[in-house]
Design a protein around this ligand. Structure first.
Ligand code: GDP
Length: 345
């Protein structure tokens, strides 16, 4: 039996006075679809404690053997564009079709501005009450490397818990889109109707990541503007180079109204059509393999960076930095010295 939670000489902390964590039992409960077990495991993933990290690694390894896969959909858009309204309507639609839906947030900003994502409990009011839905707000996070790993692991936990669709929401700030696209099978960009000049407002890199652009708020007075915006983006997408992982006609721009629940069926059809095509043509597995490589790389990189954060490393860095500044050592010699001290030189 794999157990963790009492190691590390922290016998006096409140956490370690609790019963030791039984990883086999936790894994069994997650595989059984128990939401409380899933929530607990995600908390474990988010923890910075070394013993929790060890437990997480064991847990993920156990769960990976089941090889359960969900459709992972990344969703990005600036605050106010209608992400939570969309997730609520779209999630309810999927649930009505008999699917189980998990929603996770990736929010890289520790000091959030312009509305935190999933922070507000009133968001997704109906969806959050569904027994076939699981909604997890974004934890407070400080650096993007950690965000990516935790988010990817949380997605893996949701897959193991038997969710059919995992929606991963992020705000439109650039870096977090890259993280989300490295976790998802499909990437959606939600936009609001706007004057033509706002087309440039969307960073080209983000647009290139999108598989489907959804112009939201295509209702009432905004419908005409939404139609124009959608046509503008469809035009812009046609100018992008065709990607090998796409069939003819993708990426696509579509109109939806999350509020009026309009166009959601069409959007879902397009997502499924694209996912099916990629599966049939080997791009689905190819993308997941590439992502696994990427995260392996990241894991090594982050672990090495973490070594630089210890008090010893920080003080050694500061000392060597002084020597370099004073001309007593060359940067290369100091770096060699530092790496040797870390045991990686
Ligand atoms: P988020 O910050 O991206 O999560 O955006 P919200 O979902 O909180 O929506 C921001 C505002 O846009 C709210 O006032 C919503 O009621 C409104 N909104 C969202 N979707 C629609 C839509 O389809 N049509 C219209 N007219 N308003 C919408």
């Amino acid at each position: 039996m794999a157990a963790a939670g009492n190691s590390g000489g922290s016998e006096n902390t409140a956490a370690s006075r609790k019963a030791p964590l039984d990883i086999d039992d936790l894994a069994a409960r997650i595989l059984n679809g128990e939401r409380r077990a899933l929530a607990r495991a995600i908390t474990l993933v988010e923890s910075g404690r070394a013993d929790h990290r060890e437990a997480t690694t064991l847990l993920l390894d156990l769960l990976a053997r089941e090889n359960r896969q969900a459709l992972r959909i990344g969703l990005s858009g600036t605050p106010g564009v209608g992400k939570s309204t969309f997730i609520e309507s779209f999630g309810m639609k999927l649930i009505a079709e008999g699917l189980r839906v998990a929603v996770l947030a990736v929010d890289p900003s520790s000091t959030r501005s312009g509305g935190s994502i999933l922070g507000d409990k009133t968001r997704m009011e109906y969806l959050s009450r569904q027994k076939n839905a699981f909604i997890r707000p974004s934890p407070s996070q400080t650096h993007l490397g950690g965000v990516g790993r935790r988010s990817r692991e949380a997605v893996a936990l949701c897959e193991a818990a038997g969710f059919d669709v995992v929606l991963i929401e992020t705000v439109g700030v650039g870096q977090s889109e890259t993280v989300v696209s490295e976790i998802s099978d499909l990437f959606l960009l939600l936009l609001a109707p706007a004057g033509g000049d706002e087309l440039q407002g969307v960073k080209r890199g983000i647009m290139e990541m999108a598989d489907i652009i959804l112009v939201n708020k295509a209702d009432g007075d905004l419908k005409a503007a939404a139609t124009r915006t959608c046509a503008d983006y469809a035009g812009a997408l046609r100018l992008l180079r065709k990607r090998p992982q796409d069939p003819e006609g993708y990426p696509k721009a579509l109109m939806v109204s999350a509020m009026a629940k309009d166009g959601l069926g069409r959007a879902w059809d397009e997502m499924q059509a694209l996912a099916d095509w990629r599966q049939t043509n080997g791009h689905w597995q190819g993308r997941r393999s590439e992502q696994a490589r990427y995260w392996f790389d990241e894991e090594v990189r982050q672990a090495l960076l973490a070594r630089l954060q210890t008090p010893w490393a920080q003080s050694r860095m500061a000392d060597l930095s002084e020597d370099v500044a004073a001309g007593q050592m060359t940067p290369a010699a100091a770096a060699k010295d530092m790496l040797a001290g870390l045991g990686v030189g």
